[in-house]
Design a protein around this ligand. Structure first.
Ligand code: OGA
Ligand code: MN
Length: 220
Protein backbone atom coordinates (compact mmCIF):
# COMPACT_ATOMS: atom_id res chain seq x y z
CA UNK A 1 0.00 0.00 0.00
CA UNK A 2 1.23 3.48 -0.73
CA UNK A 3 -0.28 6.76 0.27
CA UNK A 4 0.17 9.60 -2.21
CA UNK A 5 -0.47 13.07 -0.81
CA UNK A 6 -0.04 16.49 -2.33
CA UNK A 7 2.46 18.87 -0.71
CA UNK A 8 1.21 22.23 0.60
CA UNK A 9 0.51 24.74 -2.17
CA UNK A 10 2.93 27.55 -2.99
CA UNK A 11 0.78 30.15 -1.20
CA UNK A 12 0.83 28.17 2.02
CA UNK A 13 4.57 27.60 1.75
CA UNK A 14 5.24 31.30 1.17
CA UNK A 15 3.03 32.25 4.12
CA UNK A 16 5.01 29.95 6.43
CA UNK A 17 8.33 31.47 5.33
CA UNK A 18 6.96 35.01 5.69
CA UNK A 19 5.75 34.31 9.25
CA UNK A 20 9.10 32.78 10.23
CA UNK A 21 10.97 35.74 8.79
CA UNK A 22 8.70 38.17 10.62
CA UNK A 23 8.52 36.60 14.08
CA UNK A 24 10.10 33.14 14.19
CA UNK A 25 7.01 30.93 14.18
CA UNK A 26 3.97 30.11 12.06
CA UNK A 27 0.65 28.42 12.77
CA UNK A 28 -1.05 26.73 9.84
CA UNK A 29 -4.48 25.16 10.46
CA UNK A 30 -5.34 22.21 8.20
CA UNK A 31 -1.94 22.00 6.57
CA UNK A 32 -1.71 18.22 6.56
CA UNK A 33 -4.07 16.46 4.11
CA UNK A 34 -6.93 14.71 5.97
CA UNK A 35 -6.04 11.32 4.56
CA UNK A 36 -2.50 11.59 5.88
CA UNK A 37 -3.61 12.88 9.28
CA UNK A 38 -5.99 9.93 9.60
CA UNK A 39 -3.39 7.35 8.54
CA UNK A 40 -0.81 8.71 10.98
CA UNK A 41 -3.38 8.83 13.77
CA UNK A 42 -4.36 5.21 13.14
CA UNK A 43 -0.73 4.17 13.31
CA UNK A 44 -0.05 6.11 16.48
CA UNK A 45 -3.19 4.74 18.16
CA UNK A 46 -2.01 1.21 17.32
CA UNK A 47 1.46 1.91 18.75
CA UNK A 48 -0.15 3.31 21.86
CA UNK A 49 -2.49 0.33 22.23
CA UNK A 50 0.48 -2.06 21.96
CA UNK A 51 2.34 0.09 24.47
CA UNK A 52 5.04 0.42 21.85
CA UNK A 53 6.10 3.89 22.94
CA UNK A 54 8.88 5.02 25.24
CA UNK A 55 8.74 7.62 27.98
CA UNK A 56 10.13 10.85 26.58
CA UNK A 57 13.03 12.50 28.35
CA UNK A 58 14.56 15.92 28.32
CA UNK A 59 17.66 16.19 26.16
CA UNK A 60 19.31 13.19 24.57
CA UNK A 61 22.24 10.87 25.20
CA UNK A 62 24.41 12.10 28.09
CA UNK A 63 22.01 14.81 29.02
CA UNK A 64 18.98 12.54 28.87
CA UNK A 65 16.82 12.76 31.96
CA UNK A 66 13.39 11.39 32.72
CA UNK A 67 11.72 14.16 34.63
CA UNK A 68 8.00 13.68 34.88
CA UNK A 69 7.57 17.03 36.56
CA UNK A 70 8.57 18.77 33.31
CA UNK A 71 7.23 16.55 30.59
CA UNK A 72 4.75 13.72 30.50
CA UNK A 73 4.68 12.20 27.03
CA UNK A 74 5.34 8.90 25.30
CA UNK A 75 7.16 8.86 21.96
CA UNK A 76 8.30 6.68 19.06
CA UNK A 77 10.83 7.85 16.46
CA UNK A 78 9.72 7.82 12.82
CA UNK A 79 11.82 5.69 10.49
CA UNK A 80 9.71 5.76 7.34
CA UNK A 81 8.88 2.07 7.69
CA UNK A 82 5.13 2.36 7.10
CA UNK A 83 3.19 3.92 4.21
CA UNK A 84 1.91 6.68 6.50
CA UNK A 85 5.38 7.53 7.79
CA UNK A 86 6.81 7.41 4.30
CA UNK A 87 4.08 9.74 3.04
CA UNK A 88 4.65 12.15 5.92
CA UNK A 89 8.40 12.31 5.30
CA UNK A 90 7.73 12.82 1.58
CA UNK A 91 5.23 15.59 2.43
CA UNK A 92 7.82 17.34 4.63
CA UNK A 93 10.51 17.42 1.95
CA UNK A 94 9.05 20.16 -0.28
CA UNK A 95 8.38 22.15 2.90
CA UNK A 96 12.10 21.94 3.72
CA UNK A 97 13.04 22.95 0.19
CA UNK A 98 10.69 25.91 0.25
CA UNK A 99 11.99 27.16 3.61
CA UNK A 100 15.54 26.87 2.32
CA UNK A 101 14.72 28.70 -0.87
CA UNK A 102 12.86 31.51 0.85
CA UNK A 103 14.88 31.88 4.05
CA UNK A 104 18.32 30.58 3.01
CA UNK A 105 18.68 28.61 6.23
CA UNK A 106 20.22 25.39 4.95
CA UNK A 107 17.85 22.91 6.56
CA UNK A 108 19.34 19.51 5.89
CA UNK A 109 18.09 16.48 7.79
CA UNK A 110 14.70 15.86 9.35
CA UNK A 111 14.04 13.78 12.43
CA UNK A 112 10.62 13.31 13.94
CA UNK A 113 8.76 11.31 16.54
CA UNK A 114 5.19 10.37 17.26
CA UNK A 115 4.12 11.77 20.62
CA UNK A 116 1.18 10.80 22.79
CA UNK A 117 0.24 12.93 25.76
CA UNK A 118 -2.03 10.97 28.10
CA UNK A 119 -4.75 12.81 29.99
CA UNK A 120 -2.87 15.02 32.41
CA UNK A 121 0.12 15.17 30.05
CA UNK A 122 2.00 18.43 29.51
CA UNK A 123 5.40 19.86 28.60
CA UNK A 124 6.77 22.83 30.52
CA UNK A 125 8.18 25.85 28.76
CA UNK A 126 11.37 25.04 26.83
CA UNK A 127 13.44 25.62 23.69
CA UNK A 128 13.92 22.66 21.34
CA UNK A 129 17.59 23.33 20.81
CA UNK A 130 20.30 24.58 23.08
CA UNK A 131 23.18 26.42 21.60
CA UNK A 132 25.70 23.96 20.18
CA UNK A 133 23.55 20.98 21.10
CA UNK A 134 22.22 19.07 18.14
CA UNK A 135 21.86 21.80 15.61
CA UNK A 136 18.14 21.71 15.44
CA UNK A 137 17.13 24.82 13.59
CA UNK A 138 13.44 24.54 12.69
CA UNK A 139 10.80 22.70 14.67
CA UNK A 140 7.58 21.36 13.22
CA UNK A 141 4.69 19.96 15.25
CA UNK A 142 1.67 18.46 13.49
CA UNK A 143 -1.49 17.45 15.30
CA UNK A 144 -3.32 14.21 14.69
CA UNK A 145 -6.45 14.28 16.85
CA UNK A 146 -9.90 14.24 15.33
CA UNK A 147 -12.48 16.79 16.57
CA UNK A 148 -10.44 18.40 19.32
CA UNK A 149 -12.67 20.43 21.66
CA UNK A 150 -11.69 23.73 23.27
CA UNK A 151 -12.28 22.41 26.78
CA UNK A 152 -9.87 19.54 26.22
CA UNK A 153 -6.93 21.92 26.75
CA UNK A 154 -3.51 20.75 25.58
CA UNK A 155 -2.75 24.09 23.90
CA UNK A 156 0.67 24.84 22.47
CA UNK A 157 1.71 28.15 24.04
CA UNK A 158 4.28 30.17 22.09
CA UNK A 159 6.23 33.14 23.44
CA UNK A 160 7.97 35.72 21.31
CA UNK A 161 11.73 35.41 20.94
CA UNK A 162 13.46 36.71 24.05
CA UNK A 163 10.31 36.74 26.22
CA UNK A 164 10.91 35.78 29.84
CA UNK A 165 8.85 33.27 31.80
CA UNK A 166 6.53 36.04 32.89
CA UNK A 167 6.24 37.47 29.37
CA UNK A 168 2.94 37.52 27.55
CA UNK A 169 2.58 34.60 25.12
CA UNK A 170 2.30 35.38 21.43
CA UNK A 171 -0.20 32.58 20.85
CA UNK A 172 -2.12 29.78 22.48
CA UNK A 173 -2.97 27.16 19.87
CA UNK A 174 -5.31 24.24 20.35
CA UNK A 175 -4.10 21.02 18.72
CA UNK A 176 -6.74 20.68 16.00
CA UNK A 177 -6.06 17.73 13.70
CA UNK A 178 -4.12 18.59 10.54
CA UNK A 179 -2.74 21.82 12.04
CA UNK A 180 0.99 22.49 11.94
CA UNK A 181 3.18 24.75 14.06
CA UNK A 182 6.61 25.87 12.86
CA UNK A 183 9.10 27.45 15.29
CA UNK A 184 12.74 28.44 15.20
CA UNK A 185 14.16 25.76 17.52
CA UNK A 186 16.80 27.89 19.21
CA UNK A 187 14.83 31.02 19.93
CA UNK A 188 11.10 30.42 20.34
CA UNK A 189 10.10 29.34 23.86
CA UNK A 190 6.99 27.17 24.02
CA UNK A 191 5.05 24.82 26.28
CA UNK A 192 2.18 22.35 26.16
CA UNK A 193 -0.62 23.03 28.64
CA UNK A 194 -2.17 20.14 30.53
CA UNK A 195 -4.31 18.08 28.22
CA UNK A 196 -7.64 16.67 29.37
CA UNK A 197 -7.89 14.14 26.55
CA UNK A 198 -5.30 11.87 24.95
CA UNK A 199 -3.37 14.11 22.58
CA UNK A 200 -1.69 12.79 19.40
CA UNK A 201 1.03 14.67 17.52
CA UNK A 202 4.26 14.38 15.58
CA UNK A 203 7.13 16.59 16.71
CA UNK A 204 9.97 17.03 14.23
CA UNK A 205 13.09 19.08 13.69
CA UNK A 206 15.23 19.99 10.74
CA UNK A 207 18.92 20.24 11.35
CA UNK A 208 21.70 21.90 9.44
CA UNK A 209 24.50 19.80 8.02
CA UNK A 210 27.52 19.63 10.30
CA UNK A 211 29.50 17.21 8.16
CA UNK A 212 31.29 20.11 6.56
CA UNK A 213 33.61 20.51 9.55
CA UNK A 214 35.34 17.17 8.95
CA UNK A 215 33.08 15.02 11.04
CA UNK A 216 30.10 13.04 10.04
CA UNK A 217 26.98 13.99 11.87
CA UNK A 218 24.34 11.38 11.22
CA UNK A 219 20.95 11.41 12.84
CA UNK A 220 21.02 9.06 15.80
C1 OGA B 1 8.09 19.16 21.65
C2 OGA B 1 6.98 20.13 21.75
C3 OGA B 1 4.73 20.76 21.26
C4 OGA B 1 3.37 20.16 21.04
O1 OGA B 1 7.83 17.97 21.41
O2 OGA B 1 9.25 19.58 21.81
O3 OGA B 1 7.24 21.23 22.14
O4 OGA B 1 2.44 20.95 20.83
N1 OGA B 1 5.74 19.78 21.36
O5 OGA B 1 3.22 18.95 21.11
MN1 MN C 1 9.30 21.68 21.97
Amino acid sequence: MTLAVAPPGDNRLSAIAADIAAHGWSWQPNLLPDELTAALRTELQALNARQDLEAAGIGREDAFQLDRSVRRTRISWLDGSSPAQEAFLAWAEPVRQSLNRELLIGLFEFEACFAVYPEGGFYDRHLDSFEGARNRVMSLVVYLNEDWQDDQGGALVIWPEGAGEAGTPAARLLPFGGGAAFMLSETIPHAVEVTHARRYAIAGWWRVNQSADKRVDPIS
